[in-house]
Design a protein around this ligand. Structure first.
Ligand code: HEC
Ligand code: HEC
Length: 349
């Protein structure tokens, strides 16, 4: 090689070396793309692909980021409240108070539902006003009595935490922190929160002894005389539809639930059927957290709900004996199974 050519080559190499180095260090195109395989417990829909939005596939990096965001109180206006404050893994991913405390000890007017098994769902909230988990996730951030923040100030706070940047890069391919990415990561994490493999599921799989006699009799009431399965349908013991049981309808200014979203007269006082999986851990019950025990819930159904002009037509006095009611409670208790053991993660600085 001629000397001048060699020099030219050296100059070119010197010019591109830093470029190659930056590409390697910054890891352009390092978005994790390998799909995360969900470990769906017995009883849920193992063919879960249809429940995952095409534009928010599950990856380990996204789930890991979503878990940190779920537990991070810095998403709230004063840094005190996270999603886990009200959807606590120690409390069935719900809260043990009728109304949860948001920032500055404020309370709303509805009971925090569990974030378990939302994989098998589309619309979120008791009234279904959010169309997806992604859409739901930014709701509490902006709710004045929950996290009391604005989306832009939440993004600004997350941007100040340098440790989040590599996590966004791993999950989404670049360090950019946007509300859409925050919502997607949280939703991806929530889809991994599954409850199944309960005594009932073992019974269904052919292990007769998994379900004690009272629970077995209760199952017959649930599927028959009690008519519970009509709304609490398999696999997640919910039809994800809205019904008026009359809860709170005897109050002066009742929460009109689904009506607030649809403005359809018939939706007045209708709320989304909650899952019954892990129901032993999610007391107090109903959208207003007004009932403390499963025994009292069953009593309420036995009376046919609370009379009001919009009562769901499936609600009728049931005429259950005391034993049938106790059996029904035993069955409800058999719907608690395995849940993921989620520890609060170390949060990035
Ligand atoms: C201060 C308590 C509080 C905080 C903080 C909170 N939530 Fe909630 N969450 C609630 C209540 C109450 C509801 C029901 C509200 C309604 O239906 O109008 C709810 C509803 C939900 C639902 C709908 C569940 C269903 O069955 O429809 C999901 C999912 C959820 N929250 C996830 C989150 C996430 C993610 C965060 C954090 C970004 C969060 N929540 C923060 C109290 C809270
Ligand atoms: C017409 C539909 C329907 C029928 C039938 C029905 N449920 Fe429900 N269930 C609901 C809805 C809707 C709610 C929430 C209502 C509310 O909060 O206003 C609910 C709430 C519950 C809850 C409280 C769960 C929680 O996390 O708050 C339990 C427990 C329950 N039902 C058990 C039963 C049992 C047992 C039966 C049969 C005796 C039954 N349900 C029949 C629709 C129904």
């Amino acid at each position: 090689m001629k000397r001048s050519n060699l020099i030219r080559l050296l100059i070119i190499m010197a010019a591109i070396l830093p470029l190659v180095a930056t590409v390697m260090v910054s890891g352009v195109g390092k978005e994790e793309t390998a799909l995360y395989k969900l470990n769906v417990p017995r009883g849920l829909d193992a063919d879960y692909g249809k429940w995952i939005p095409a534009d928010n596939q599950l990856t380990a990096a996204k789930i890991d980021l979503g878990k940190k965001l779920y537990f991070d109180p810095r998403l709230s206006a004063d840094g005190t409240v996270s999603c886990a404050s009200c959807h606590d893994p120690e409390k069935g991913f719900a809260d043990d108070e009728p109304f949860s405390k948001g920032i500055k000890g404020q309370k709303g007017g509805r009971n925090a539902p569990t974030t378990l098994n939302r994989l098998h769902s589309a619309a979120q909230f008791w009234d279904g006003r959010a169309k997806s988990l992604e859409e739901q996730a930014l709701g509490p951030v902006q709710n004045p009595v929950e996290m009391g923040n604005t989306v832009s100030s939440m993004i600004a706070s997350v941007n100040k935490i340098a440790g989040y940047r590599p996590l966004f890069k791993a999950a989404f391919g670049s360090e950019e922190i946007t509300s859409e990415r925050v919502a997607k990561a949280i939703a991806a994490f929530e889809r991994t929160l599954l409850s199944g493999n309960s005594p009932y599921d073992h019974f269904q799989a052919g292990e007769a002894e998994a379900l004690p006699e009272p629970a077995r009799r209760g199952m017959v009431v649930f599927m028959g005389k009690g008519n519970c399965h009509e709304c609490h349908s398999l696999p997640n013991f919910t039809d994800e539809a809205y019904h008026n049981l009359g809860i709170g309808m005897d109050k002066p200014n009742p929460d009109l639930g689904r009506f607030n979203v649809t403005k359809n007269e018939k939706d007045k006082g209708a709320f989304k059927t909650p899952t019954l999986r892990q129901v032993t851990e999610t007391a107090p019950y109903l959208h207003d957290g007004s009932v403390k025990t499963l025994e009292e819930v069953v009593e309420l159904y036995n009376k046919g709900g609370v009379p009001n002009p919009y009562l769901d037509e499936k609600m009728k006095p049931l005429g259950l004996t005391a034993e049938e009611q106790a059996d029904l409670v035993a069955f409800l208790k058999s719907l608690s199974g395995e849940v993921p053991q989620i520890e609060p993660p170390a949060l990035p600085d």
